[in-house]
Design a protein around this ligand. Sequence first.
Ligand code: UD1
Ligand code: UDP
Length: 358
Amino acid sequence: MKKTVDLIIGARPNFIKVVKLNRILRENFNVRLIHTGQHYTKEMSDIFFEDLSIPKPDYSFDVKSGTHAYQTYKIMVEYERLLLKRKPHLCVVFGDVNSTMAATIAAKKLYLKVAHVEAGLRSFDKSMPEEINRIVTDSLSDFLFAPSQDAVSNLLKEGREKRNIFLVGNIMIDTLKENLDKIRSIDICKEFSVKRKNFIYLTLHRPSNVDDRKRFIKILNFVKILSKEYPVILPLHPRTEKMINLFNLKKYISEKIYFIKPVSYLKSVALEMNSKFVLTDSGGIQEETTFLNVPCFTLRKNTERPVTLTEGTNTLLEPEVESIEKIFNTSERVKRNRIKYWDGKTSERISRILEELL
Ligand code: UD1
Ligand code: UDP
């Protein structure tokens, strides 16, 4: 009889990461695709299932938004309810969102095995909610699937046994590689009336950037200066939209800064690919731009993805006038080395390892 594997997804980056692994694992395992409902609006959830042909989840918890404790508790209770009816042989969690940590705790409290995809990333900044999720998830997980060598080193330094750590590469790149032809066929410049390599793609959603009014205004003023040189396309994450309304910042919308609804995955990558450069605080976009060899400036003081700085096209940036020169000096494309196992075959590696382990 086939062994049962639960795949836990809940937020935008999870949907993108699960695509190929869900498909491949179904060949040899009984997979239960479980959507916690952490993200639930059309633009943050449904659009990815359509765009990436992800099958309808086998279970949906529909937990929606709330404080961290509330959201974590709701997911734990819902997942525990399912686990008590039927236990899987393994629970697989992705990334660093609340759904990742909540499902891990619920599964481990019932003595189940957990595998973490994207294990070992560390920003070493506990004011970032995701860092807490990463530390808790990794410390409880049985099998640690690391995207890069720095992540393996972090886990070893934390005392994790070598035999439970697997360097498998970056699962985001699986989805990206698989969809490159489709992405290239999108005429994104026509859609937004911009010229290729002549606009900035901006995404913002980290609480440290948008929940703090002073910091958010500083970023918007910085973007306003940049927009004199190039138009800016900014799809608004719901958190960001909420804070713009709360802080009364709609005046920053202009002919040169387009505030739009969140875009689909294929369009987001098309925007990255065609932009002059990307300005972001997203984790996944730092990785995608490195793979695509597009200059990326990350509006953060640190990153849990240092390999994008050392081997990729990423630069950490403060939204200061002094940074503008740095942007224009470094925004010409630089060809970098390919990072080990960022080759579109991470899901296959994970699947093979799981077949041996289970
Ligand atoms: C979450 C993750 C973050 C990840 C991001 C990806 C945590 C702690 N944070 O942040 O790591 O980078 O997702 O996009 O897990 N909302 C909607 N519709 C939705 C979902 C949310 O309108 O479908 C609004 C709600 O007002 C909510 C707010 O967005 O309060 C924030 O959502 P939440 O899931 O708490 O965190 P994100 O900022 O989305
Ligand atoms: N993304 C998207 N639509 C958008 C903005 C981003 O599809 O409007 C994609 C982006 O290309 C990347 C992923 O969402 O694949 C990153 O997710 P996000 O920035 O929400 O979360 P993080 O990676 O920071 O956890």
